[in-house]
Design a protein. Structure first.
Length: 160
């Protein structure tokens, strides 16, 4: 996917999707993220291990900032293309909101929330990838080390 990054004077960083001919050919209005034009990050996401994501189905605009009143810290949001349709149920726009809760501030926990995604993998029209849990990564590493030791013992036994 071709993108362009715009750095705004107020510190926002906006990743804008540039549609190519190939993308237009495979574009589908049925895809839930098809009408995303850009992702606006309100802070530097390089330091964040993950952000939470929510589909907001009651946005009143296609482009304006999304705000929450429940204490979450908004990290970013999506902007839609000018021809994005309204949600059939709410008659408003459906957009993504990227946020953190007060408990996410440490980000060194073993387990991750279900809605966690790595912000470096998010693009307009692309969901993003969930980061690996530290406990899962540690378990995989331990299994790999055990398998390696077992293989080394088997090789030593064969050579003797």
């Amino acid at each position: 996917m071709k993108t362009r990054v715009m750095q705004h004077k107020d510190g926002r960083r906006e990743v804008v999707r540039v549609l190519t001919t190939e993308e237009l050919v495979s574009w589908s209005a049925e895809h839930p993220l098809a009408y995303e034009k850009s992702i606006v990050w309100l802070e530097n996401t390089e330091r964040l291990r993950y952000v939470r994501v929510a589909q907001v189905r009651c946005a009143t605009s296609r482009r304006g900032p999304l705000l929450v009143n429940t204490g979450e810290r908004v990290v970013g949001y999506s902007k839609l293309m000018p021809d994005a349709p309204r949600d059939k149920q709410t008659h408003r726009y459906c957009r993504r909101l990227f946020y953190l809760t007060a408990s996410d501030r440490e980000q060194e926990t073993e387990t991750l929330p279900n809605s966690a995604i790595d912000p470096r993998t998010v693009l307009p029209g692309v969901e993003g990838i969930a980061p690996a849990n530290k406990s899962r990564r540690a378990a995989r590493t331990k299994r790999a080390e055990t398998a390696t030791r077992r293989d080394e013992k088997a090789l030593r036994a064969k050579s003797q």
